[in-house]
Design a protein around this ligand. Structure first.
Ligand code: PLP
Length: 360
């Protein structure tokens, strides 16, 4: 068996041990004589999986009792709509910090629902940095402040979250569980699972429960956070297999020693690749400014289009997958989520050091 050096931006690498366990349990899940996919979502066996995933996430992220964990569908993209539908009410204003394409999409959906305000933006420099917290200017009557904790496409990440004078909402799709955070700072955190949590198909929301009282009465049932909260995310059939995979990924994180251990490893992993960039005498040019660099998505350009093509072709030859950058940045992007091993990062860094010699 040959496993690729997988640097895909999402869906992305899963821990090998998780895949092996899923394979082992695929045909006969814990003595039921069937796959998890074939279990009733009302069965005792599925219930255990569902609640274990929820409980593990609470434990690993230190989620306080003030917050509830919800499992939804529709990806992070549906959250762009659900957030304003549920909370942009009573003539209040949705505040957004623009740090990339995903923030723009979140803002676009909010505009359809109510009044919005751009509280800060780094668009004028092609989103190469995270605006300083002091530069964030809230509107009057702010309903919330929405941020994107890690910008998957541009390769920037918030170091310190703002102390906003309103409820803080974060799209953490591409860095949830990659570092220790203080959940109590946030009114709502949401994340599509397919980067750090598991396969696509389930979206996790962590919501401070007092927010639920603010939700207007007439929302469609499936777009109302209360539906998920009051039913333990079992109002209708949840994505059972995706939640099962999530539970296995969370078990894996726990076995590794928890989020603190994962965070240190992520620093080391990103460190070897950034070092290859910084020590290349400008051959590789980082997109993100140093103080805004992401530990999850490392973006860089090469001297020109031709060299970039050669680099990508050569990389493919050596088993590296998913390194082409997003068209809005160009160049290359290495996504090094939790499940990408240090060894893959070291191999990439080594290749990056060797490659410029062909052009010497
Ligand atoms: C991938 C991603 C999304 C989109 O997620 P979907 O689950 O495909 O809707 C949104 N925000 C961020 C930060 C992402 O990385």
């Amino acid at each position: 068996m040959k496993r690729a050096y997988n640097f895909n931006a999402g869906p992305s690498a899963l821990p090998l041990a998780v895949l092996q366990r899923a394979q082992q349990e695929l045909l006969d899940f814990r003595g039921t004589g069937m796959s998890v996919m074939e279990l009733s979502h009302r069965s005792k066996e599925y219930d255990e999986v569902h609640n274990r995933a929820k409980q593990l996430l609470k434990e690993l992220m230190n989620i306080p009792d003030t917050h509830d964990v919800l499992f939804l569908q529709g990806g992070a993209s549906l959250q762009f709509s659900m957030v304003p539908m549920n909370f942009l009410t009573d003539g209040r204003v949705g505040n957004y910090v623009l740090t990339g394409a995903w923030s723009e999409k979140a803002l676009k959906e909010a505009k359809k629902v109510g009044e919005t305000h751009i509280a800060a933006s780094s668009k004028e420099e092609n989103y190469a940095y995270i605006p300083a917290n002091e530069s964030i200017q809230l509107s009057e009557e702010a309903a919330y402040l929405h941020i994107t904790s890690n910008n998957t496409i541009f390769g920037t990440q918030w170091n310190e979250f703002p102390d906003a004078d309103t409820d803080l909402i974060a799209d953490m799709s591409s860095d949830i569980l990659s570092r220790e955070i203080d959940v109590a700072k946030f009114a709502l955190i949401y994340a599509g699972a397919q980067k750090n949590l598991g396969p696509s198909g389930v979206t996790v929301a962590i919501i401070r429960t007092d927010l639920l009282e603010r939700i207007p009465e007439n929302l469609p049932t499936m777009l109302d956070y209360r539906t998920y909260s009051t039913s333990n995310s079992l109002y209708n059939t949840p994505p059972t297999f995706a939640i099962y995979m999530l539970s296995l990924v969370l078990e894996w994180v726990k076995e590794q020693g928890g989020v603190g251990v994962i965070e240190k490893r992520n620093q080391e992993k990103a460190g070897v690749i950034y070092a290859a960039i910084d020590e290349s005498d400008g051959f590789y040019a980082p997109h993100a400014k140093k103080d805004s660099r992401s530990l999850m998505n490392i973006t860089f350009t090469l001297p020109n289009e031709e060299v970039t093509k050669r680099f990508l072709a050569e990389a493919k030859e050596r088993g590296f997958v998913g390194l082409a950058g997003h068209r809005s940045v160009g160049g290359c992007r290495a996504s090094v989520y939790n499940a990408v091993p240090l060894e893959a990062c070291e191999a990439l860094a080594q290749f990056m050091k060797e490659f410029p010699k062909y052009f010497g």
